[in-house]
Design a protein around this ligand. Structure first.
Ligand SMILES: Cc1cc2nc3c(=O)[nH]c(=O)nc-3n(C[C@H](O)[C@H](O)[C@H](O)COP(=O)(O)OP(=O)(O)OC[C@H]3O[C@@H](n4cnc5c(N)ncnc54)[C@H](O)[C@@H]3O)c2cc1C
Length: 412
């Protein structure tokens, strides 16, 4: 009988985590990635790495050392998977090689959205996704350079922080009316906008970037209102698109991401998918979402591996995310909705504040700025869907974990 083989496409956060979880699998595990060399962590690419001049790329931590894969007999293949033959259970790699699978895990991640405008591909326009992108951007960020960043999301702001510290003249052009508008509330946006402004970054909101001009190399960025911003370096931080094309071509269900269930299974029971490339749809739980975060990629990878190995599914984790800008750590747990009640705990002026998002009397999500204890306690309250006493939660003298209503005593 042929040996069971799990093939994993993508050696990023999701693919490697799935491989780690499958290390005890009795059959073969093969991880294929189009990028060569050691696997690596992405978060540092937009943070400290950009400020660490002249170190090559040696300071980017590997997800797992090559020795780990060798010790666990996990095979690593370098190549781009070009197509999947689901009937024959084969993946075809560029160059002609094919690998047979019993179960397939797709973890191809996402691609940064490019500036599809005139001049969008001029030299000096950067995207930030890979180790090579980060090295190129770091080499471009020099004191005195004029850096225009398009997009005030996590990536744009982390790059803005690095550029400002390096001594670049930094401008952020943002279509919305505040920073991180997609992911956080007004009070948190206002705090981070102030933090960046104090470090010299200029923001222009309501700015629709229409063109980039330059003779070979970028010289300025134009916006719809006719303004022009001189630039030596342009960075696009305008979101990502899921790499779902391989799955789509193979006939799997896809809708802005490969559709997966709570076990990370696609519309084909022998094919799983995890990470940025996926959209989790669980009608019973009322979930239909695409998340781009390491925590989510790893949780989905764990579910895929458990399902393949026949183990029970892990308990659902509260989604969470972090970013660091100018040394200030913002941690988010849960998924906020714009109509949630906002409760402030602490004061931003003290450099330590938590914003609670309350829905139907329960804590639905929170943002902590510099408060790890609130983050840990709040995450538990969210997971348990515990009713919360809003007045107590706003009082920093009461531990967040204890801000729950007193039990009702019966008068009968
Ligand atoms: C600069 C940066 C900073 C970030 N910071 C944070 C952070 O602070 N916190 C956080 O939670 N998240 C952060 N993220 C997001 C996080 O990195 C992603 O959510 C996570 O990497 C998703 O994991 P993944 O395995 O789905 O995709 P990736 O890690 O992107 O891995 C996908 C891999 O698949 C390979 N691949 C794609 N197609 C093929 C193919 N056809 N054949 C072979 N290989 C293929 C790719 O080359 C890649 O190596 C950051 C992302 C970036 C780019």
């Amino acid at each position: 009988m042929l040996e069971d083989v799990v093939v994993i496409v993508g050696a990023g956060h999701a693919g490697v985590h799935a491989a780690v979880r499958l290390a005890a699998w009795p059959g073969r595990v093969v991880v294929i990635d189009e990028q060569s060399g050691e696997t690596y962590e992405r978060p540092p690419l937009s943070k400290d790495f950009l400020k660490a001049e002249g170190q090559g790329d040696a300071s980017i931590p590997p997800l797992r050392k090559e020795q780990f894969f060798a010790d666990k007999s996990i095979e690593r293949v370098h190549g781009r998977v070009e197509s999947i033959d689901r009937r024959a259970h084969l993946v075809h790699i560029a160059g002609g090689r094919s690998i047979a699978y019993t179960k397939l895990i797709l973890a191809p991640g996402s691609a940064p959205r490019a500036l599809r405008i005139p001049g969008g591909s001029l030299t000096g326009v950067h995207l930030l996704k890979t180790r090579d992108d980060a090295v190129a951007l770091r080499d471009a960020l020099r004191p005195g350079r004029r850096v225009v960043i398009v997009g005030a999301g996590y990536i744009g702001l982390e790059v803005a922080a690095a550029a400002a510290v390096i001594g670049c003249e930094t401008t952020v052009l943002e279509y919305a009316d505040r920073v991180m508008s997609r992911v956080t509330s007004h009070p948190v946006s206002a705090f981070f906008e102030r933090l960046h402004t104090e470090h010299g970054t200029r923001f222009v909101f309501g700015a629709e970037v229409t063109a980039i001009s330059g003779d070979g190399h970028v010289e300025s960025v134009m916006t719809a209102d006719g303004s022009s911003y001189p630039a030596d370096v342009v960075v696009a931080g305008i979101g990502v698109v899921p790499n779902h094309h391989l799955a789509e071509a193979a006939g799997l269900d896809v809708r802005d991401g490969i559709i997966v269930d709570a076990d990370s299974r696609t519309s084909d029971p022998d094919v799983y998918a995890c990470g940025d490339a996926t959209r989790l749809v669980d009608a019973e739980a009322g979930v239909d979402r695409r998340l781009e975060s390491i925590q989510s990629a790893q949780a989905q990878a764990t579910n895929a591996a458990n399902s393949i190995m026949g183990s029970a599914r892990g308990k659902d984790e509260v989604p969470w995310f972090w970013t660091i800008q100018h040394g200030v750590r913002l941690q988010t747990a849960g998924l906020r909705r714009p109509d949630d009640q906002i409760v402030l705990r602490g004061r931003f002026a003290d450099g330590r504040c938590t914003v609670l998002y309350v829905r139907d009397g329960r804590l639905a999500a929170l943002d902590t700025v510099g408060s790890l204890s609130d983050f840990t306690a709040g995450k538990k309250l969210i997971a348990r869907a515990t009713p919360i006493d809003v007045d107590a939660a706003a009082d920093v003298s009461i531990k967040l974990g204890e801000a729950i209503p007193a039990p009702q005593t019966s008068t009968l």
